[in-house]
Design a protein around this ligand. Structure first.
Ligand SMILES: Cc1cc2nc3c(=O)[nH]c(=O)nc-3n(C[C@H](O)[C@H](O)[C@H](O)COP(=O)(O)O)c2cc1C
Length: 365
């Protein structure tokens, strides 16, 4: 029987539980429904007659390193200039701004494809000023590339397991054709023996990175562990997008120290690679900011073409980030002496939650 005393104890218990939950940070973690609503709003369809802000919104949906969105956009009549936002650079994992310019290239390609699909085709040009900017100049013309534009908002880095199925050579050709760009070589690897060798390099690089306190500190800075923090920041790597649980930030930071070990990560990556249809390695003809932008453009086209074909993709860039392992990777793909730029896996698998983006107003200057 619920007596008054029972009720009071119950009420006190509830209060205590409430206080404990507040202290633990469980209360205000936000909900996945709110998170999904926020990320879906930024992925709304491109209008038939887009303004510069609409095109820029589509540009920001591009792949980018650590989801720092280290870019700004300056719109003028018939041109949009993309520049690096160095306040969002990641100097530990990316000391020479390689990933920063690749990410700029990914955004530039999205911008160009989105504009062309709405009858505003244009040219992307690299200028060396200020360390490097990309200018998209456009004019009225025929609508093209609509297939790729239609999937810009659907593309995601899908870091889960794939289903192990293979691709036909015609499907592999379509991917390679979409990514073809002068100045960038693409190596597609579908032999599982070769893929396992690349998995070993990824594991070696991953082990080195996890053992590096500076790498882990930078990674932690960009991690988001719950929907509220992910929505508020609009950037970073949200645990739910990799299939991991949501939790208060303090707990997430601690869990990263305890549970994110090279052993667990290497086992998981090896299984994910084995479940993939293949691996793609992008290699620029030259190593400078202009060519890194080209690599970004090529890989974004590859990712969009894969999405249009119902395929998923995810990056595994550890052996290009750990400089000491680049020569072994270059030899494995038959390009000794070159510097590989990106490693991606691709295949068929289930979608994961989308990554957040900052609003367009935050990136327009
Ligand atoms: C240059 C570059 C390097 C990246 N490196 C990795 C990586 O090593 N591992 C990974 O899981 N994702 C990597 N990514 C993917 C980004 O984390 C991802 O694009 C970002 O979080 C946004 O998510 P989205 O691609 O789903 O929109 C990389 C992306 C780029 C452009």
């Amino acid at each position: 029987m619920r007596t008054r005393r029972n009720l009071m104890i119950g009420g006190g218990g509830l209060l205590l539980a409430g206080a404990a939950a507040t202290w633990l940070g469980l209360r205000d973690m936000g909900s996945m429904q709110d998170y999904t609503a926020a990320v879906t709003a930024l992925r709304a369809a491109l209008p038939a007659r887009p303004k510069a802000a609409d095109l820029i919104r589509f540009a920001t949906l591009a792949a980018n390193s650590h989801n720092t969105q280290a870019w700004t956009f300056h719109a003028e009549a018939r041109s949009i200039t993309l520049a690096p936002d160095r306040t969002r650079a990641t100097p530990v994992v990316d000391p020479d701004d390689h990933h920063l310019f690749v990410s700029l290239g990914c955004a530039a390609e999205n911008l160009s494809i989105a504009a062309a699909s709405r009858g505003l085709p244009g040219r992307l040009q690299f200028y060396a000023r200020g360390g490097g900017v990309v200018r998209f100049s456009y004019a009225d013309g025929a609508a093209v590339d609509t297939d790729l534009s239609d999937v810009i908002a659907l593309r995601q880095s899908t870091r889960g397991m794939y289903d192990g199925s293979t691709l036909t050579s015609a499907e592999l050709d379509r991917l390679a054709m979409a990514a073809r760009l002068p100045g960038v070589d693409l190596i597609l690897m579908t032999d599982h023996g070769q893929m396992a060798k690349l998995a070993d390099l990824i594991a070696a690089a991953n082990t080195a990175q996890i053992a590096d306190p500076a790498f882990m500190a930078e990674l932690k800075h960009w991690m988001r562990f719950n929907p509220r923090d992910a929505i508020n920041a609009g950037d970073g790597l949200f645990s739910a997008t990799t299939g991991n649980p949501v939790m208060p930030d303090w707990l997430g930071q601690m869990m990263l120290d305890w549970a994110y070990t090279s052993k667990s990560e290497n086992t998981s990556n090896a299984a994910k690679i084995a479940s993939s249809a293949g691996l793609a390695v992008f290699v620029a003809a030259k190593q400078d900011a202009e060519h890194w932008v080209k690599v970004g453009r090529a890989c974004q086209r590859f990712a969009l073409q894969a999405t249009a074909m119902g395929l998923k993709h995810a990056f595994l860039n550890q052996p290009v980030e750990v400089a000491a392992l680049r020569p072994a990777l270059a030899s494995l793909i038959g390009l000794p002496g070159r510097r590989p730029d990106l490693v991606m896996r691709f295949g068929r698998g289930a979608a994961m939650p989308y990554a957040a983006r900052r609003p367009v107003s935050a990136v327009m200057v």
